[in-house]
Design a protein around this ligand. Structure first.
Ligand code: HEC
Length: 128
């Protein structure tokens, strides 16, 4: 009897998890390609974020491939230092990149890119 109750509870929990998982599947950060060819899929962003995506794609791939920031976005950790890539971490790293010699990133660019990366990180965090 005890065993039966335990089993049905486990089944109910499993079903609940599956249902929640299916609901959450709509929010995830979509990427295309692999390695140095990896890109964020621009179609997943609303028009405002898409304009910021273009700026990010141009400014943040001058010295390294896009997979470096994408890795930070999907894992919530920067790929080299293993630093937290949350709201604060995003600001810290965009400023760090902006200050590199010849980054070509203005303060206005940096603000827009921080906004964009925060939106993208929110999507990644909602992923199942
Ligand atoms: C002027 C060259 C340059 C530009 C432009 C640049 N980066 Fe970087 N990036 C680097 C270098 C060099 C590193 C290696 C680690 C370091 O020096 O911080 C790096 C490392 C990184 C890392 C990994 C950091 C770690 O410690 O794990 C991330 C994430 C990153 N860049 C994101 C970006 C983003 C986002 C942008 C656009 C705002 C950008 N980069 C623009 C040169 C650049």
């Amino acid at each position: 009897m005890r065993r039966t109750i335990w089993t049905s509870t486990a089944t109910a929990t499993a079903l609940l998890l599956i249902t929640l998982g299916a609901g959450g599947a709509q929010a995830e950060l979509k990427t295309t390609g692999e390695g140095k060819e990896q890109r964020l899929d621009p179609a997943q962003f609303d028009p405002d974020s898409r304009a910021r995506y273009e700026l990010f794609a141009q400014r943040c791939t001058q010295c390294h491939a896009m997979n470096r920031p994408i890795s930070a976005l999907t894992n919530g950790k920067t790929p080299i230092s293993g630093d937290t890539f949350d709201r604060e971490g995003i600001k810290k790293y965009v400023v760090k990149m902006m200050r590199k010699p010849n980054s070509g990133i203005s303060r206005e660019d940096a603000k827009a890119i921080v906004d964009f990366l925060t939106t993208a990180r929110d999507l990644a965090e909602k992923a199942p």
